[in-house]
Design a protein around this ligand. Structure first.
Ligand SMILES: Nc1ncnc2c1ncn2[C@@H]1O[C@H](COP(=O)(O)OP(=O)(O)O)[C@@H](O)[C@H]1O
Ligand SMILES: [Mg+2]
Ligand SMILES: [Zn+2]
Length: 546
């Protein structure tokens, strides 16, 4: 029997079937009903949220001859021919493989002709950010004077890579991450339809691991069905994903927070003896503390990673036991540990040692440091040289040493005159700016830290990509979407810009992007690697034999 991947089999065929994108769906349906159709659309959003599906639905809706409520009827000649891909007026192009000027020129020559059978000629260009510069220019020419019969539908995961000239000519829609609840509901419907039983807890775990992408959830579900065809069980999902169950993660973290060395070592020993992946385990613990940080700073549970509603309640139990700086510091130290473990010949021993030292270190009290920093800042503003600052204005060295224990290693150097002074030389151009940031990355982080510890937690996860035309481009790994979103919040962004401008002593703008999966560090076994493995075993878009 041939097996069609679930996420292909269950592709939404009408706007009403799309989940979690009401804001997009309502506008599009209204446009169709009022015959107020744009010439170019751009759908943005992370993978698996419905960009391609929406594009395909829209292509049918504009051409449907029996359209009563804005949805395509999927029955008329036009709808049917587009569904079975025999309609020559709807052309799908994947910019990842047709990204050259020639491809777009060819397209430009073709768009002048009237549609053969349909009302509109529709070009769907997927992954449009992959187009080359020349191709974008060629596309722009068409977008500048679009013939009345032509509609472009562009889709991308990386809108920040699209030239402003193109963006300004498109109607842009941002598709949202799909909520865990919505993902669970959809999977439940699919299971019912296929007469597969599934534990609620199991579906929740899958949804929590899909990171807002319906496609990822369905891929995991698909694999679970193959793994055990009569019932989807919580333990099987855990097993399949190779992850330590969330309850266990909570338990381990509870022991760490309570500094219960004995119990944490017993539990960690058990987990690792079961053959769980160490790096993945550390990442899960880091994610746990990252979630605590988010809960602590925002009080909101919506942005938590890999956590379902029930589990969010459990997190709340720990959130009051630590302050922000402690959480930031734990994340920093565990991230360092993760890196060290990747290089170590005996990562397990290293990990155990690091966890013990994390619990042994005394709690930090940064207030004394903040006092000293404030004093230094004032002193510098008033032109006092740093040498003259009395020790009494700050914690004693001993005090400082013990209080810094919980802080990330690279920050252990004494806080000295980190603030750029008036006489920090201005950088002479993009290249020099890039060089200064790259070579003095830790100093830059220190500045951020002085401004705001929570901001440090965001910025330290980013990497400098490049500097171009007075804009500093930073990138986040795709797993750091929360940090990416936080960095793009106006308040944070303008603060970072301000710090950067001081650091470079020249006016620079900042831009934050999310790295696409393929650029990712393959040495870490992340969720994405697991999806990749799934794709490899199932075939991303192929039908495979069972
Ligand atoms: N909003 C959604 N509602 C329902 N199913 C979705 C949604 N988004 C994605 N899916 C599922 O994931 C599959 C792939 O979605 P697709 O539209 O290709 O996502 P994208 O183009 O954003 O990566 C669909 O066939 C469907 O099974
Ligand atoms: Mg797509
Ligand atoms: Zn129709």
């Amino acid at each position: 029997m041939s097996h069609q991947a679930l996420y292909r089999k269950y592709r939404s065929k009408t706007f009403d079937e799309l989940i979690g994108q009401q804001h997009v769906v309502n506008t599009l349906k209204n446009q169709i009903l009022s015959n107020n159709i744009a010439h170019a659309y751009l759908f943005c959003g992370i993978r698996g949220t419905g960009k391609t599906s929406t594009a395909k639905i829209l292509a049918r809706a504009v051409n449907c001859t029996d359209n009563t409520d804005g949805n395509p009827c999927n029955q008329c000649e036009a709808c049917k021919s587009i569904l079975d891909e025999t309609n020559m007026d709807v052309i799908e192009m994947d910019a990842a493989s047709n990204n050259g000027v020639e491809d777009i020129r060819e397209l430009r020559d073709k768009v002048r002709f009237m549609p053969v059978k349909s009302k509109y000629k529709v070009y769907i260009i997927d992954e449009v950010h992959m187009l080359s510069k020349g191709a974008f220019n060629a596309l722009l020419k068409t977008l500048e004077e679009p013939p009345a019969h032509l509609i472009f539908i562009l889709a991308t995961t990386e809108p920040q890579k699209i030239p402003a000239t193109i963006l300004s000519r498109c109607q842009r829609f941002d598709l949202r991450r799909i909520t865990i609840d919505d993902i669970v509901k959809n999977m439940r419907n699919i299971c019912d339809e296929m007469s597969v039983e599934a534990d609620d807890k199991a579906l929740k775990l899958i949804a929590a691991n899909a990171d807002g992408a319906m496609r990822d959830a369905l891929s995991i579900l698909d694999r679970c069905m193959t793994f055990n065809s009569d019932r989807i069980k919580y333990e099987d999902v855990n097993e399949l994903l190779g992850i330590v169950s969330f309850d266990t993660i909570i338990e381990v973290c509870g022991h760490i927070i309570n500094k219960n060395i004995k119990n944490s070592m017993i539990l960690i020993n058990d987990i690792l003896n079961q053959g769980k992946d160490l790096q993945f385990f550390i990442e899960e613990i880091i994610t746990y503390f990252r979630n605590l940080l988010i809960l602590k700073t925002t009080g909101l549970t919506e942005n938590l990673l890999r956590v379902s509603e029930d589990n969010a309640e459990n997190l709340k139990k720990h959130v009051d036991l630590l302050n922000i700086d402690e959480i930031v510091s734990v994340i920093g130290r565990l991230s360092d540990t993760l890196l060290e473990c990747k290089r170590s010949i005996n990562p397990r021993i290293l990990f155990e040692a690091r966890i013990i030292s994390l619990m042994e270190s005394t709690q930090i009290d940064v207030s004394a440091f903040e006092k000293r920093i404030e004093y230094l800042e004032n002193a510098m503003k008033n032109g006092v040289s740093v040498k003259e600052i009395p020790k009494s204005a700050a914690p004693s060295r001993q005090e400082a040493a013990s209080k810094q224990e919980f802080t990330p290693k690279q920050d252990k150097k004494t806080v000295k005159a980190d603030r750029p002074s008036e006489n920090t030389p201005a950088v002479a151009g993009d290249d020099e700016a890039e060089k200064r940031i790259r070579e003095n990355w830790n100093d830059f982080l220190k500045l951020v830290r002085i401004e705001n510890v929570a901001l440090l937690a965001i910025v330290r996860e980013s990497n400098l990509a490049y500097v171009k035309q007075n804009v500093v481009f930073f990138e986040f790994d795709s797993k750091f979407t929360f940090h990416y979103t936080a960095a793009n919040q106006e308040k944070n962004k303008s603060k970072i810009k301000e710090i950067l401008t001081g650091f470079l002593n020249a006016d620079y703008d900042v831009s934050f992007a999310l790295k696409s999966d393929k650029d990712e560090d393959k040495s870490a076994k992340s969720m994405d690697d697991i999806y990749e493995e799934m794709k490899n075993s199932f075939g991303d878009d192929k039908v495979i034999l069972k």
